[in-house]
Design a protein around this ligand. Structure first.
Ligand code: PLP
Length: 426
């Protein structure tokens, strides 16, 4: 027993009594296992180069969901992003504006295309790219803006789309965290010239490894096909006479989704609405507990958006509201205290890009990057620093069986608040 336990123990019991880990994802239901099993037993193809079989079925589901004209599944979100940068045919050496808080793969494929990422500040309440920061960063050399809907909270798409239209700049949405999130009633993914989703195992629609892009524009789709879907699909789907010449080889890369991953993704996509329903229920439960508690505030969700799948649950620690022996506790102490109550809580695992070597060092000594890799940091990143300073991360509970665990988390948050909020001056 440590000092924190002794301070606010009631009856010597931790609030959360469930064995770890509390969150297991992907769940991989019996039905899903059966579908993969049947696929193998029926000796269905394990490589699909055209648009047929389970790849076609998955892409039809995605098309319907987004009312999108074109869908291209890939073997990862990173590679869907790579295909998108090439599909937009952005001039080598041009600048792409990106939020400083995103996953590195939102922009590393762009660097491999000879584009220069300009990292700009984000909004302090949700970590998304700030339209004001975006406008400031635009130069005559700007070719594209990349928006990530961080942890599932949509960025300010109306302003961003208007800016891109006015300035004739292309827009990519990285929706990897935001399956089913909406902005002013419209699904994210429907605003960009091209939008990308990762279906890596931790995402709301997991394939194990996988991803896809969607677009309304035939020419972007055809160019994206050529990047990593040579022969079959490029031969049937690339119609532009100039591009068609390359259909046999494409551009030499291979980004097709594995059919077994497509089987899993199809199953998981069909369950998306149900997952979001459970997710919302659990988020409400935690939000209600937090509303009754000191030292923590719920993630801010703007009134004109909805959160879809969420990627983690990210409340914020509030300083100077909880005390131990008369002294205000820090964010790290709060994490430790809730951890002692059995809550699986930590700082977010994805840090702002400024914390990563790849974006903060120069590339002297790396021959492949010489003279081409030049991400530019357009700091200061005041919004980002404020957003991340006391950000917490709890599991993104989503399965129908997590209700009791989530209730015990709510209990733990209230318990810590009750025990530590009135010790000031002791
Ligand atoms: C915002 C974002 N973009 C892109 C990716 C890359 O996706 P993948 O891991 O499928 O390549 C991720 C993965 O976590 C992500 O979080």
């Amino acid at each position: 027993m440590n000092t924190y336990d002794q301070l606010y123990i009631d009856g010597g019991e931790k609030a959360v009594q469930f064995p770890s880990p509390h969150y297991v994802w992907p769940l991989v239901s019996e039905e899903c296992i059966q579908e993969v099993h049947d696929y193998l037993v029926e000796r269905k193809p394990l490589s699909i180069s055209d648009v047929s079989g389970v790849v076609e079925e998955l892409e039809e589901l995605i098309k319907d969901y987004f009312s999108s004209n074109y869908v291209l599944t890939t073997n990862s979100g990173s590679n869907a992003l790579h295909a998108s940068y090439i599909a937009l045919d952005l001039p080598v050496g041009s600048e792409i504006i990106v939020p400083v808080s995103t996953f590195h793969a939102s922009i590393t494929p762009a660097i491999h295309c000879g584009l220069t990422p300009i990292l700009v500040d984000v909004e302090e309440d949700n970590g998304n790219i700030s339209p004001a920061g975006l406008i400031d960063a635009i130069t005559p050399n700007t070719s594209c803006v990349v928006v990530t809907h961080l942890w599932g909270h949509p960025a300010e798409m109306k302003e961003i789309v208007d800016i891109c239209k006015q300035k004739n700049i292309k827009l990519i949405e990285d929706c990897s965290h935001a399956f089913g999130s909406t902005y002013q009633g419209m699904k994210v993914g429907t605003f960009g010239d091209i939008s990308v989703f990762s279906m890596q195992a931790s995402k709301t629609v997991p394939a194990g490894e996988g991803g896809f892009l969607i677009t309304k524009h035939r020419k972007y789709y055809e160019r994206a096909c050529l990047v990593g879907h040579y022969r079959g699909r490029s031969i049937t789907d690339v119609t532009d006479p100039f591009l068609k010449q390359f259909a046999e080889t494409g551009y030499g890369l291979k980004y097709r989704i594995h059919p077994l991953a497509a089987v899993i993704a199809k199953h998981e996509f069909a369950a998306l609405a149900d997952k979001i329903k459970h997710r919302d229920k659990y988020v409400n439960l935690l939000n209600e507990a937090i509303a009754k508690s000191k030292g923590i505030i719920a993630p801010s969700v703007r009134s004109h958006v909805t959160m879809g799948g969420h990627f983690g649950y990210k409340p914020t620690f509030v300083e100077n509201q909880l005390f131990r022996k008369g002294k205000a506790i820090t964010c790290d102490e709060y994490i430790e205290i809730l951890g002692n109550e059995g809550v699986e809580i930590h700082r977010p695992s994805v840090k702002p890009l400024t914390h990563m070597e790849i974006f903060s060092k120069d590339y002297v000594g790396l021959e492949f990057a010489k003279d081409t890799w030049r991400p530019i940091l357009r700091g200061p990143f005041v919004g980002c620093d404020k957003y991340y300073k006391n950000l917490l991360s709890l599991p993104p509970f989503i399965s129908p069986t997590s209700k009791e665990i989530v209730e015990s988390y709510a209990k733990a948050i209230i318990k810590v608040s009750n025990n530590l909020s009135n010790l000031e001056g002791e």
